[in-house]
Design a protein around this ligand. Sequence first.
Ligand SMILES: [Zn+2]
Ligand SMILES: [Zn+2]
Length: 262
Amino acid sequence: MPYFGCHLSTTGGYAATVKTALSLGADTFAFFTRNPRGSKAKEIDPADARRAMELLKAHSFGPLVAHGAYTMNLCTADPDARAFAAEVLCDDLRRMDALPGNFYNFHPGSHVGQGVEAGVDHIAAALKQALAQNCQVTVLLETMAGKGSEIGGRFEELKAIIDAVGDPSLGVCLDTCHVYDGGYDIVGDLDGVLKEFDRVIGLDRLKALHVNDSKNPFGSHKDRHECIGQGSLGETAFAALVNHPALQGKPMIQAHDPGNPQ
Ligand SMILES: [Zn+2]
Ligand SMILES: [Zn+2]
């Protein structure tokens, strides 16, 4: 079985959030490491984090999947803004040390006209700097829909980042809405897409999934989430995902929230 959960607010503390997850029947969850629009992050209370870790262990949770801020663009064109984004990444990973063994996932970024190659270089440089802190979480790049100049719409782009960073621990979080919007047909040929993922990146790097349906048709590059079963992917596609042998034991996060469409 995969682990199942959704996005939860941690404003009441981490131990309280684990209890909320338990009340929902979840055995993983996602949360934002700071306000998703990127304001200053709160320090994690070490006692609260320890209590949360005990609860996670006692209730056999899978890894949590923390989500970096959407506004953190590691490959933006402005060098000052880029340096700031890299600092945000370092700060997020430092604070996540309070919840060791879990996952931290983020959107690689948009190259805004500089080209994929320059974008990949910027992202890899920021990641190298952040990973040099010896963080206690596994860092995951998210597959994107390829909207605008987004990096990560093609598996090859994620692989280029992974190769440039050269860290064996760096993984990937596959978002079902994003890959379908990005032109990978997980509805008609899930096996084929996973085979392609394996060929390009390696399935051992696939650590977590965001399970969202899409408001738009296949290959639309739009990135608008829909509730599971109510979009263009449909219920059967999710049944196949949940039961796929290659996806067992991985956290699956349902991230659709009308107020929070990413
Ligand atoms: Zn999205
Ligand atoms: Zn995301």
